[in-house]
Write a protein that binds this ligand. Structure first.
Ligand SMILES: [Zn+2]
Length: 165
């Protein structure tokens, strides 16, 4: 479909970022592997796109904490990684967990972040690529704000590009 040439179609570039309401979880895509397993990717959005951005140090801490806490609440997590736009994170999982379940799991993980009062896991020169760049208090604040705002399931609204695509 379409006439794109050199660049593969990237799901997130088709999302209309002006039509979403953060904080939310959104099924961003599903892929079936050659062996028949399904991998689901979720958009875990904390801030409204283009209205703000999480400071890199806080997002780095959210990455470290959610890497563990999401795995406590979601089975078969493949990866948790921050978005370059710094408004949220992506989570890839094996299987097709239902979206309400992912909302509850993300809420539970954010509550774990909000109350985290121990050292941040994986923070040493051996374990991390920028171990000085963390901000636990700010990370906890973003978790609290998202919980107070209330998470919901966001449907994907595609950008209407017209016939020329
Ligand atoms: Zn790190």
């Amino acid at each position: 479909m379409g006439t794109m040439t050199s660049v593969a179609n990237v799901e997130s570039f088709d999302l209309d970022h002006t039509k979403v309401h953060a904080p939310y979880i959104r099924l961003a895509g599903r892929k079936k592997t050659p062996r028949g397993d399904v991998i689901s990717k979720y958009d875990l959005r904390l801030l409204q796109p283009n209205k703000g951005a999480i400071e890199p140090s806080a997002l780095h801490t959210l990455e470290h904490l959610l890497a563990g806490y999401l795995r406590d609440h979601v089975n078969d997590v493949v990866d948790v990684s921050p978005m370059g736009c710094r408004t949220g994170l992506y989570m890839a999982v094996i299987g097709e967990p239902d979206e309400q379940g992912v909302v509850r799991a993300f809420e539970a993980a954010l509550r774990d972040v909000e109350t985290h009062d121990r050292p941040i896991p994986g923070v040493s020169e051996l374990e991390c690529g920028n171990y000085r760049d963390h901000d636990l208090q700010a990370a906890r604040g973003y978790a609290r704000s998202a919980l107070e705002a209330g998470l919901k399931v966001q449907e994907t609204v595609l950008i209407e590009r017209g016939e020329q695509g």
